[in-house]
Structures are given as C-alpha cells and as structure tokens.
Design a protein around this ligand. Structure first.
Ligand code: HEC
Length: 269
C-alpha cells in the first residue's frame, strides 16, 4: 500500500518538474519576445540600429553548425579505406555539454553517496524502509493490544506464540494460587469445566481484568497488558480437560465452552 502511494507521489513529482520546465521555457520565450519588442520600439524612436534575438541563430548555436554537403571537403579526413572516407563532424554542443553534465553528476553522486555518506544507498534504503514498516506494525499491534477488552477479547487457537506468552505470564503471576498446571491451590481449579465466574473467553478475561478482590483474586488490569490478558485467558482455556494431578475439586457451574484446541496447547506445554 505504501509503495503505491510513494510511486504516485513520485509520478506527481515528475509531472510537476516537467510542468515547471515547460512553464520556464514559455516564460523565457515571452521575455525574449517582449525584450525584442521594446528594443524595436526604442530603435524606432531613436533611429538607432538594433539586433533582434534570433531563435534560428540560437538554435544553431546549441545544435552545432553542420557543414553543408557542398563544403564537406573542408572537414574530410585524410584516410581512405577502399573508398570509404571519414568526415570530421563535431558533436552538437548540447550533446557534448550533456556529457560534461554527467561527469559533474557522477562526481556529486560519488561525494554524496560514497564519500560523505549523506544519502542512503539502495540496500540501506531498503533497511530503512523495513525498519519503518516494522515500527508501524509494532505501533499497530500495540494499539490493537491495548484496545482489547472483555467484549472484543478473542480465542486465538492455533496461535502458538500467544499460548506460549500466556503460559509464561501464567507461570510467573498466577501459578502461586492456581497451581503450576492450573490444578488449583488457593484459587480454583482452572482445568475443569466448572467456573465460579463463567468459562467463556469473555468471562475469563473479565475475571482476570477486574479480579474478585473480596475473594482473593487480584485485578490484573493495571499490571498486565490487554493483549497479555487475552493470551493468558487463552492459555487457561487451553488447559481444559488436561486433568492435572492433585486437581482441586470442581467449584461453580458447569460451562462447556469453546476451548482452545488441545493440540495447540500440547505444543507449548
Ligand atoms: C493471590 C492468589 C491469586 C493469584 C495470584 C491469581 N488468582 Fe485467580 N483466583 C484466585 C482466587 C482465590 C479465585 C477465586 C475467586 C472466587 O472465589 O470468586 C480466583 C479465580 C480466578 C478465575 C476464575 C475461576 C472461576 O472458576 O471462575 C480465573 C479465570 C483466574 N483466577 C485467573 C487468574 C490468572 C490468569 C491469574 C494470573 C494473572 C490469577 N488468577 C492469579 C486467586 C488468585
């Protein structure tokens, strides 16, 4: 998407440059014409001679004077290869000057890109673009992550990265009360189908977010990022039916919910 916009911008730039060159040429033409007209007027008033700007002459000057066929002898080189002879025609000045310009450009280019390192070479440009894109993706994900709430929270089956993240968070924050395998100690067993506060992903997220402070379950919203709460909620649901040893007796109501596919959780356990 970004690429397209850049290329449209580039195209607009090229069109703008062409337009500006065109306008400049028209302006030069107008200025020269007015100049001619004024000089003609002054000459008429004062009776002096004046020389009008001659486009033909000017054109000849930049295009070079080609020797007419009748004068070709004057520029004929001396060698003769089986009747093939060579003329010493000069290159047109605009061409030669363009060649000099390329030399100047090459020097400037070399200094800017290779000596002073003032502009990025293609590989570097690619790296910069990738870096910029990475930051954009990060910012987008950050924003996505922060906007997750109990309504928009989602099951992310198959997202092994998210489950692994959830597992890490669980082990460092939750295992103390819910057991390393979610079998339940101070807190209830999280691996059975019985829930005190609902077993849907939205319910679980809500319990984690707001907690049940009066019963000893902390509210985590100020310590764990929304995306991480979603991951840990998914991890908890992935434990459904894992039947760990020493599982605490079921509490609450039965809720057979959409669970995170066991195969995915097996991969990270
Ligand atoms: C200080 C101990 C403690 C910690 C730490 C803790 N919990 Fe809890 N948790 C509890 C208790 C106690 C309950 C039961 C609350 C009740 O009886 O209403 C509970 C309930 C829950 C429930 C609801 C279970 C149900 O049956 O509805 C979920 C989900 C849960 N905790 C997830 C977590 C997660 C995720 C973490 C870590 C981020 C965590 N808990 C950390 C003590 C804790």
């Amino acid at each position: 998407m970004d690429n397209k916009i850049t290329s449209i911008e580039d195209l607009l730039l090229v069109i703008l440059v062409i337009l500006m060159i065109g306008i400049s040429l028209v302006l030069i033409f107008v200025i020269l014409q007015t100049n001619n007209a004024t000089r003609r007027l002054i000459a008429q008033k004062t009776g002096q001679e004046y020389e009008e700007f001659d486009f033909g002459k000017w054109w000849k000057k930049i295009n070079g004077t080609t020797v007419s066929v009748t004068d070709e002898k004057s520029i004929m080189l001396h060698h003769d290869y089986d009747g093939i002879k060579e003329l010493d025609n000069h290159l047109p000045p605009w061409w030669v000057n363009m060649f000099y310009l390329t030399i100047v450009f090459a020097i400037v280019y070399m200094l800017v890109y290779h000596v002073w390192d003032k502009a990025p070479l293609p590989a570097e440009e690619y790296e910069l673009a990738m870096e910029k894109a990475r930051k954009e993706v990060e910012a987008f994900q950050q924003q996505q992550g922060n906007s997750i709430d109990e309504k928009s929270v989602q099951l992310t089956p198959g997202d092994a990265g998210a489950l692994a993240n959830g597992k890490t968070i669980f082990e460092s924050n939750c295992a103390a009360c819910h057991g390393a395998s979610g079998e339940g100690t101070v807190g209830p067993n999280l691996t059975d189908e019985y829930w005190l506060h609902g077993g849907s992903i939205n319910d679980v997220f809500k319990t984690i977010k707001y907690g049940v402070p009066e019963k000893g379950m902390i509210s985590w919203q100020s310590t764990i990022k929304p995306k991480d709460m979603q991951d840990v909620a998914n991890y908890i649901l992935s434990l459904q039916g894992s039947k760990p040893a020493n599982g605490k007796a079921p509490e609450g109501e039965k809720h057979v919910a959409e669970t995170v596919a066991a195969a995915d959780s097996a991969a990270v356990q």
